[in-house]
Ligand binder design. Structure first.
Ligand code: CTP
Ligand code: MG
Length: 235
């Protein structure tokens, strides 16, 4: 009964602008991927981390991980990623040894998730008996459904879901391994997270409290916020 974390880190980071692949960009002088690996290995329950690297730089990522060793209790594997996040996660799942029963999937782009959030997700899967668990936070903005239009043209508003019932969903998402593997085998089509694949199987997914510091570094302004959060931690 081992818990492993799969870290998809194979994306380019197009929305962040030109530069190295997003996971290799630095925060406080340390690559985002290293922060993400540390965030997972900070949990005593995590004994294996599988990093899914840009396919053209697997050796470079392996060398980087060796430069910043994880705690002794944590094994770190590197596998090549795919064309989509979904495909990258699948490559990570394929590398898991049989002993793994609980899997976390954590974006390299969420480098600052606190260990308490990681532990809460693991506990909800292992002791709470949920096959899929997502960390989630309430929204500050009102959300509207629109009919998307191109190039900044006005978009007709179709409706406004009640904000109090909405959550922004983060990672790590936690899963019973067999359930997640089945979801990745059976569910096709575009998805933006792993839990939605499990939802499509008809399996119950639960949300636990996430954390504001688990935000995803997506656009340049997010890097400014991440640097500030890190600086605040260091004082
Ligand atoms: N990811 C991946 N393989 C892909 C695409 C994305 O492993 N083919 C990973 C990213 O490295 C990231 C996580 O999935 O850690 C979340 O994706 P996102 O924030 O969208 O990152 P990118 O796809 O790299 O960014 P963008 O969409 O702006 O290009
Ligand atoms: Mg992306």
């Amino acid at each position: 009964a081992r818990t492993a974390a799969v870290i998809p880190a194979a994306g380019r980071g197009v929305r962040l602008g030109p530069g190295a692949p997003k996971a290799l960009r630095t925060l406080g002088g340390t690559p985002m991927l290293i922060h993400a690996v540390r965030a997972m290995s900070a949990s005593r329950a995590v004994s294996l981390v599988v990093v899914v690297a840009p396919p053209d730089d697997v050796a470079g990522v392996r060398a980087l991980l060796d430069e910043y060793p994880a705690p002794e209790r944590t094994e770190v594997l590197v596998v090549p990623g795919g064309a989509t996040r979904q495909e990258s996660v699948r490559h990570g799942l394929d590398a898991l040894p049989d002993s793994v029963t609980t899997v976390l999937v954590h974006d390299a782009a969420r480098p600052l998730v606190p260990v308490d959030t990681v532990d809460a997700v693991i506990e909800a899967v292992r002791d709470g008996g949920a096959a899929a668990v997502v960390p989630a936070v309430p929204l500050a903005d009102t959300v509207k459904e629109v009919e998307p239009a191109a190039d900044g043209a006005p978009e007709p508003v179709l409706g406004t879901p009640e904000r109090a019932r909405l959550r922004a969903v983060q990672t790590p998402q936690g899963f019973d391994r067999a359930t997640l593997v089945r979801a990745h085998a059976e569910v096709t089509g575009e998805v933006t997270d792993d839990a939605s694949m499990v939802e499509r199987l008809g399996v119950r997914v639960v949300a636990v409290p996430g954390h504001e510091e688990a935000f995803k570094v997506t656009r340049p302004l997010d890097l400014v916020l991440a640097e500030a959060v890190l600086a605040r931690r260091r004082v």
